[in-house]
Design a protein around this ligand. Structure first.
Ligand code: PLP
Length: 397
């Protein structure tokens, strides 16, 4: 490997850039996970993380990637053969469905075009047919990271209520939590799944289940085998701030700082910062003359933009050039979108220059590789950002 001078731009939709204050907290000496100092840390992060999910109910923290929290949501609430209704929004919804099938659940997909979010009306229609209540859970992805498409979770909840169906609502917020508005309690979500390495600005390694009373009741009769993922063992130990097995102590030190940083900025300001960056990126992409994978502007993601390459040009060739030349990492196309799409991450810890530098690097790559485009996309983003903001500093919440 040759040395690249200057900083690396990690502009993939997770993992994201980690603030120095978070890295410094992680680098502090490891402490005794059964000692009094840890008890204080445990109580602090278990309480603090609830404010990010906007819940007053318990949040379970696992030393695992987001995939582990997907599994935890399923095995704690369901029994072998249970029907689960899922929606094919893209690659991550597809992976979650495959996991459900492997766990011997009867997973049913509402088909999708990988360019749209969840159609709440279709969920209502399918649930209305299910008079015997065979469907035990509806599981959807809030922000589909393979396509940059967001779904309206409040609308999914209303559709379930409109047909008075008792299924649990499970939601993956791995690439939306702490980047886009999300309300676990208000939206009546039973299990929210999240991870540390995206909007929370931590390295990979922690994942989360935010629970509801109904989800906890379901867990008492849920028949899928579980041990490591069992909520009740966790919740019993969490009462006093401890964990049933060794937690990722240093990551929790980082989490404590990340929660403080989010509140110092103010959650609404954090969401506005993401919205504004997303708009700037879309203006650049549209100026270049490229299509955005998300079809419906109302469903645009604030945390990433998936860009469709012009016919006959490889997204991977472009990404490789941009990495080599500018030290900027962009997200690849996943599954059937491989080579056809590249993804620009605009989530976590970033400012205007992070975004404009990324767009400049992309524009340079387009020139070098010879991808036909209208020059000036990065400038269009600069003009938008200059005319809209900068965000006014907010008092701490
Ligand atoms: C990143 C991501 C995942 C996978 O999380 P891992 O931490 O890689 O296991 C799942 N769902 C969504 C929406 C994601 O963005």
């Amino acid at each position: 490997m040759t040395r690249h001078a200057g900083r690396h731009f990690l502009q993939i939709p997770g993992p994201t850039n980690t603030p120095l204050a978070v890295l410094a907290a992680i680098a502090k000496p490891t402490i005794d996970h059964r000692g009094p100092e840890f008890g204080l840390l445990g109580r602090s992060v278990l309480a603090g993380i609830k404010t990010i999910f906007k819940t007053s109910q318990p949040v379970v923290i696992y030393p695992a990637s987001g995939t582990g929290a997907w599994e935890a949501a399923l095995v704690n609430t369901l029994s072998p053969g249970d029907k689960v209704l899922m929606v094919e929004t893209g690659w991550f919804a597809t992976l979650w469905k495959k996991m459900a099938a492997r766990l011997k659940l009867d997973a049913e997909f509402i088909p999708g075009d990988w360019r749209s979010g969840v159609d709440a009306g279709k969920i209502a229609a399918r649930l209305a047919e299910d008079r015997q209540h065979h469907i035990k859970a509806v599981a959807v992805v809030h922000n589909e990271t393979s396509t940059g498409v967001t779904s309206d979770i409040a609308a999914v909840r209303s559709s379930m209520d409109s047909v008075k169906h008792p299924a649990l609502l499970l939601v993956d917020t791995i690439s939306s939590l702490a980047s886009m508005d999300y309300r676990h309690d208000e939206w009546g979500v039973d299990v929210t799944v999240a991870g540390s390495q995206k909007g929370l600005m931590l390295p990979p390694g922690l994942s989360f289940n935010a629970l509801s009373e109904k989800a906890r009741r379901a867990s008492r009769t849920a028949g899928l085998p579980r041990s490591f993922w069992d909520w009740e063992d966790m919740l019993a130990a969490n009462e006093t701030g401890y964990f049933p097995y060794t937690p990722a102590t240093n990551m929790l030190q980082g989490l404590q700082v990340a929660i403080d940083l989010l509140h110092a900025e103010g959650l609404d300001s954090v969401f506005d910062r993401h919205k504004r960056a997303a708009e700037a990126v879309r203006r650049a992409v549209q100026h270049w003359g490229f299509e955005i994978q998300c079809r419906n502007p109302a469903e645009y993601s604030s945390s990433l933009t998936a860009v469709i390459m012009p016919q006959g040009h490889s997204a991977d060739r472009l990404r490789a050039e941009i990495l080599e030349r500018c030290n900027i990492s962009l997200g690849n196309g996943l599954g059937p979108l491989s080579g056809k799409v590249f993804r620009i991450g605009h989530l976590g810890d970033f400012n205007d220059p992070t975004i404009t530098a990324t767009l400049t690097g992309i524009e340079m790559g387009l020139r070098v590789v010879g991808v036909p485009h209208r020059p000036g996309g990065a400038e269009a983003a600069v003009a938008y950002l200059a005319g809209n903001g900068p965000p006014v500093a907010q008092a701490a919440e």
